[in-house]
Design a protein around this ligand. Structure first.
Ligand code: SF4
Ligand code: SF4
Ligand code: SF4
Length: 257
């Protein structure tokens, strides 16, 4: 039987969803077996997907899904940062504003089409200002991709629970892809964003026969100018490459002009 002091030392975890499709939270439920192992190590105080109760006042680790689109979300994040010793973001929406970022692109003409000049302020605020979580508060650990790999989530959560080094490899996807020995799409004149995308997913899309669309975000090591040249050499116009790259990077600053 555990003593009171042992119970107190179990990390208290909350899982919060901001502007997102909740797909990353749902994906976490796809690893029941591993999840049960991890759940035995934590006190799961709050999981927004499973409860309409308010978030508790006290917790140790916060997991955040989704982009920041409202003042309320900013306040929630500030509260989370004040309280949590570790903040983990999950998914592209949280890391780069992902899908809400895409929705914001070209929003203005569409809103004007619907509302004329009288676009309600609340809609304007929500749709026009999606931000990555790291643009609002300091983030300690990140689980990338859209959706996340649930095994990756379990791995990162354990790192956060035990205070392991948050450093992740930053090089581009091509290194992982080469190890899969599948050849390169550019040899067939097909665009693939793995050239500039951060590695970590195991190059799972090229491994399954589909080009990477960059959901892990742009690698800090990426040579975007060089990638454009590679694309051009394979008959892909740089403007098309840039357009594809915008998809998961509407509001992030990592892409060189
Ligand atoms: S990253 Fe993708 S799967 Fe996850 S919440 Fe955002 S849109 Fe949904
Ligand atoms: S297929 Fe994509 S990820 Fe793989 S080596 Fe080519 S550019 Fe890189
Ligand atoms: S290969 Fe690219 S698009 Fe596919 S999961 Fe990895 S980073 Fe995302």
């Amino acid at each position: 039987m555990s003593t009171m002091s042992e119970e107190k030392s179990i990390p208290r975890v909350v899982l919060v969803g901001l502007a997102s499709c909740f797909g990353c939270q749902i994906n976490i439920t796809n690893v029941e077996a591993h999840l049960m192992e991890v759940l035995g190590q934590i006190d799961m105080r709050y999981w927004q997907l499973t409860s309409s109760d308010p978030m508790p006042e006290a917790f140790d680790v916060a997991v955040v899904e989704g982009a920041v689109t409202t003042d309320e979300a900013v306040r929630t994040l500030q509260r989370i940062r004040e309280q949590a010793r570790a903040v983990i973001t999950i998914g592209a929406c949280a890391a780069t504003a992902g899908i809400p970022g895409m929705a914001a692109a070209g929003y203005e003409p569409r809103a004007n089409e619907v509302y004329g000049q009288a676009v309600p302020a609340i809609i304007d605020d929500i749709a026009c200002r999606p931000r990555a979580v790291a643009d609002v508060i300091e983030v300690d650990y990140e689980v990338p991709c859209c959706p996340i790999d649930p095994y990756d989530f379990v791995r990162v959560l354990q790192k956060a629970l035990y205070g392991a080094n948050p450093y992740e490899r930053t090089s581009t996807l091509c290194g992982e892809c080469k190890r899969n020995e599948r050849g390169c799409f550019y040899g067939r004149g097909i665009m693939c964003l793995g050239l500039v995308t951060r590695q970590g997913c195991g190059a799972r899309c090229p491994d399954l026969g589909r080009p990477c669309n960059g959901c892990a975000g742009v690698s800090p090591d990426a040579n975007v100018k060089g990638a454009r040249r590679v694309a051009q050499h394979s008959g892909i116009a740089p403007a098309r490459f840039d357009k594809a790259l915008e998809m998961f990077n509407q509001v992030t600053q990592g892409v060189q002009p």
